[in-house]
Write a protein that binds this ligand. Structure first.
Ligand code: HEM
Ligand SMILES: [Ca+2]
Length: 298
């Protein structure tokens, strides 16, 4: 397989302006949606590759990935992908895959929130399958992960320790639910006590109460893409257990330190990581299909 930056140069050159305009108005309406779109790309790519499998709706005879543990009541932004698809289909019917739309929309989200630009490699096709079981059983790392399991999880997807630390910088934007960080703010000791107290105010200890209450992953600037995430980790103000694992006396401390001081080093390694993640097992050539509607196979 081989993805390329100019895949749509002849077939649909307008795709970039179409994606950007929809993402731009969605982010103008709600800044968090940029974070949500970026996460959709991650959760698609980690389950059987970047093939749009996550976008498929459940039907009475088909169980997709949306209700898997890592996604249920958590992933969002599908309406934006639908709006982009509608616009792109009107311009170039049957040409641009949902998987590629997700890749371009993720890049545009990062740019709109102040992060780096990169040329997106394209030519992915859409799956005719989804993998609930994989999505539900640790292929997407849970927030309870320790450092060694984060490292081995990323390795299993062909991603390095550097990719792990740089891509985790995505948590400079967006929100998490109480249920994702409760353990960290009540049980862990590698957390600033005043920060733990602050987060406990809107996240009750008792599981089942306030589970979906939200807190920002980056306590300072959750709608701006920069290296503040790493500064938080150094101050023991990571929101997720898995976040703080990246700076807890282990092998990734020095990289966190570097990124906290050097936004350029962060954005450059982030872009490298995004391109590598976008290269995970794409369907190319005559494999898969170009879906007409991202929610169902043709
Ligand atoms: C390193 C392992 C990772 C773990 C354990 C992890 C876990 C999580 C969790 C638990 C949430 C909150 C979900 C909720 O409570 O509903 C979250 C949010 C988020 N994650 Fe990750 N994540 C990881 C890596 C990544 C990567 C690689 C990306 C992107 C390339 C990413 C992008 C995001 C974004 C942008 C949000 C906020 C979404 C929103 O506000 O809708 N994460 N992550
Ligand atoms: Ca997938």
């Amino acid at each position: 397989h081989q993805l390329s930056e100019n895949f749509y140069a002849k077939k649909c050159p307008q795709v970039f302006s179409a994606v950007k305009s929809v993402v731009k108005s969605a982010v103008a309406k709600e800044q968090r949606i940029g974070a949500s779109i970026l996460r959709l790309f991650f959760h698609d790519c980690f389950v059987d590759g970047c093939d749009g499998s996550l976008l498929l709706d459940d039907t009475p005879t088909f169980k997709g990935e949306k209700t898997a543990a890592a996604n249920n009541n958590s992933v969002r932004g599908f309406e934006v992908i639908d709006a982009i698809k509608t616009k792109v289909e009107a311009l170039c019917p049957g040409v641009v895959s949902c998987a590629d739309i997700l890749a371009i929309a993720s890049r545009d989200s990062v740019v709109l929130l102040g992060g780096p630009f990169w040329d997106v490699k394209l030519g992915r096709r859409d799956s005719r399958t989804a993998n609930f079981t994989a999505a539900n059983t640790g292929v997407i790392p849970p927030p309870t992960s320790n450092l060694s399991s984060l490292i081995s999880n990323f390795k299993s997807h062909g991603l390095s320790v550097k990719d792990l630390v740089a891509l985790s910088g995505s948590h400079t934007i967006g929100q998490a639910r109480c249920t994702s960080f409760r353990g960290h703010i009540y049980n862990d000791t590698d957390i600033d006590p005043s920060f733990a107290k602050l987060r406990q105010k809107n996240c009750p200890r008792q599981s089942g109460t306030g589970d979906s209450n939200l807190a920002p992953l980056d306590l300072q600037t959750p709608t701006h893409f920069e290296n503040n995430y790493y500064k938080n980790l150094i101050n023991k103000k990571g929101l997720l257990h898995s976040d703080q694992e990246l700076f807890n006396g282990g092998s990734t401390d020095s990289l966190v330190q570097t990124y906290s001081k050097n936004n350029k080093a962060f954005t450059s390694d982030f872009v490298t990581g995004m391109i590598k993640m976008g290269d995970i097992l794409p369907l190319t050539g005559s494999k898969g299909e170009i879906r007409k509607n991202c929610r169902r196979m043709n």
